[in-house]
Design a protein around this ligand. Structure first.
Ligand code: G6Q
Length: 545
């Protein structure tokens, strides 16, 4: 199987050879319709992929790959509730969480829509009651601060979405996210809060995650010290599949919101994990967020590959990674509200597709998921873009930008857009030596000065990017954008023939941390397996005051 995929991916080689003999700049000059040929839209999102090193033949070859790897068939398997997460024997049904149609979706012969709708109704009721003050704290006050304690998939999604939808949050409500086991995180959060008006949401699918449980206990002690034991049930809610453990912690049944094992952590923002978001933006906006994702699902499930945004985005990613050997992908939202979107996608993509064995357990003979990083524009321009423009690696970029901002500050938004469009053009077209020399000569420089400076001012260009342009970052558009990337990850995972839905790679570090903890607690326990860990422990005890 691994061999077959390798061969399929190698079918890109002749196209790479042809593409390397030309440049995007040339292709734009030769084809005035290049933008029209290589752009498409769905759910109010335009995808311009014309600034990639592709031509029609390469795209056709990529669509052939999608067909050969049976992307559509596998997509249908996911929708049918088959246990496509084979190493955990689980279905992958995050699409059902935002589904609003009449299909009777099932997992293991059990209808799942009634369960989903039941929990959604509870979220609606609870979020409304918190927002209106119908549910109050132990001192009878309205909650002003909500602290979500979770990590990974139980943190990154709600955190990113809360930031993204800030314009929809009323100023009298503050959302806080605590994830890191580093005591600084919870300490710095709590020091500004009034226990009487603080609600904690413990978000943990398993309710055993060490970081989350450590933070939850610290929060509980802080609350008890201030308000006494009886206050706990009023100030804590939980989102989990582990009801028993929530009860043990002291959280009452009416404040435990459930989800299911067929929702992966990094795909869980659409489930009750979205509770803090629903409290923050109101349930109607949360529904709009879900509907945006559902629209993208519908598009993904019905549009032909040639018009299918997630399929195209995935194929471009495959082309960049496996055809052109680019190993990274920068996510650069020109949208301050999307400042955590790169981190969110980092988990979504790298935890899903950072695998080295295929579905049958054989070592893959090709590269899989790329390194994802990013930062909101224009900030990155004054930091790491130097390498994007003139470094020795080509870093494929996804630019994201809204046509309209939420703020009535047009002079800001015009500059933001100009910068976004300028960056993709600069990366693509570059500036060659003769253009540089001409420019320097016009500025009145001597030949000697030009000779010294010119090579440093050359931009090779031919650097690739996608641009995603949408009307405004409203809840619906955000839902569509996230679902777009979820499906990009899925399609790439199918083509790589890997399981995009497990994450065994995070286990070893966790196990070792448990073994090393006693060695950190007490010097006499220090018996590491290697001289580095032992050396670090020894030095640690010397420094420890
Ligand atoms: C995501 C991963 C992981 C998970 C966290 C938190 O897909 O599974 O990031 O979300 O480890 O797990 P709990 O929600 O169980 O605390």
């Amino acid at each position: 199987m691994a061999f077959e995929r390798k061969t399929i991916l190698e079918s890109l080689h002749p196209h790479v050879k042809r593409i390397r003999a030309t440049s995007m700049r040339k292709m734009f000059e030769e084809n005035p319709a290049r933008f029209a040929d290589f752009s498409t839209s769905a759910c109010g999102i335009l995808l311009d992929y014309s600034k990639n090193q592709i031509d029609k033949k390469a795209m056709d070859a990529l669509f052939d790959i999608a067909r050969a790897c049976e992307v559509e068939k596998n997509r249908n398997k996911m929708w049918a509730g088959e246990a496509i997460n084979i190493t955990e024997n689980r279905a992958v049904m995050h699409m059902a969480l935002r589904y609003d149609g009449d299909e009777n979706l099932q997992v293991n012969g059990e209808e799942i829509m009634p369960k989903i709708r039941h929990e959604l109704n509870r979220i609606e009721q609870y979020s409304n009651q918190i927002r209106t003050g119908e549910i109050v704290s132990s001192s009878g006050e309205k909650f002003t601060d909500i602290v979500n304690i979770g990590i990974g998939g139980s943190d990154l999604g709600p955190l990113m979405v809360t930031k993204a939808l800030e314009p929809y949050i009323s100023p009298d409500l503050q959302l806080h996210y605590v994830s890191n086991v580093d005591g600084a995180h919870i300490h710095d959060c709590l020091k500004r809060l009034n226990p009487k008006t603080t609600l904690f949401i413990i978000a943990s699918k398993t309710f055993v995650t060490d970081e989350t449980m450590t933070n939850a206990k610290t929060a509980k002690n802080w609350l008890i010290t201030a308000l006494g034991k009886d206050a706990v049930s009023k100030h804590f809610a939980a989102i989990s599949t582990n009801i028993e453990a929530c009860n043990e912690f002291g959280i009452t049944k009416s404040k435990i919101f459930g989800f299911w094992d067929w929702v992966g952590g990094r795909y869980s923002i659409w489930s009750t994990i979205g509770l803090p978001v629903a409290i923050a933006i109101g349930f109607n906006n949360f529904k709009a967020f879900l509907s945006g994702a559902a629209q993208m699902d519908e598009h993904f499930r019905t549009a032909p590959p040639e018009k299918n945004l997630p399929v195209i985005l995935a194929l471009i990613a495959i082309w960049n990674r496996n055809g052109l050997n680019f190993s990274t992908n920068a996510i650069l939202p020109y949208d301050q509200h999307l400042s955590r979107f790169p981190a969110y996608l980092q988990q979504l993509d790298m935890e899903s597709n950072g695998k080295s064995v295929d579905i049958s357990g054989y070592r893959v003979g090709y590269d899989t998921g790329a390194v994802i990083f990013g930062e909101a524009g224009t900030n990155g321009q004054h930091a790491f873009y130097q390498l994007l423009h003139q470094g020795t690696d080509i870093i494929p970029v996804d630019f994201l930008v809204a046509a309209n901002s939420h703020e009535n500050l047009p002079q800001h938004h015009e500059k933001l857009l100009a910068n976004c469009f300028a960056q993709s053009e600069a990366l693509m077209s570059g500036k060659n030596l003769s253009e540089v020399i001409e420019e320097l000569a016009l500025s009145g420089m001597s030949n000697e000065e030009i000779k010294t400076l010119a090579p440093h001012k050359v931009f090779e260009g031919n650097r690739v990017s996608n641009t995603l342009l949408y009307k405004k970052l409203d809840p619906k558009t955000l839902g569509s954008l996230i679902a777009l990337y979820e499906h990009r990850v899925f399609v790439a995972g199918i083509i790589y023939n890997i399981n995009s839905f497990d994450q065994w790679g995070v286990e070893l570090g966790k196990q070792l941390a448990k073994k090393i903890l006693p060695m950190v607690k007490e010097e006499k326990h220090k018996k590491g397996k290697n001289s580095s860990t032992n050396g670090l422990l020894e030095y640690f005890f010397r420094l420890k005051s």
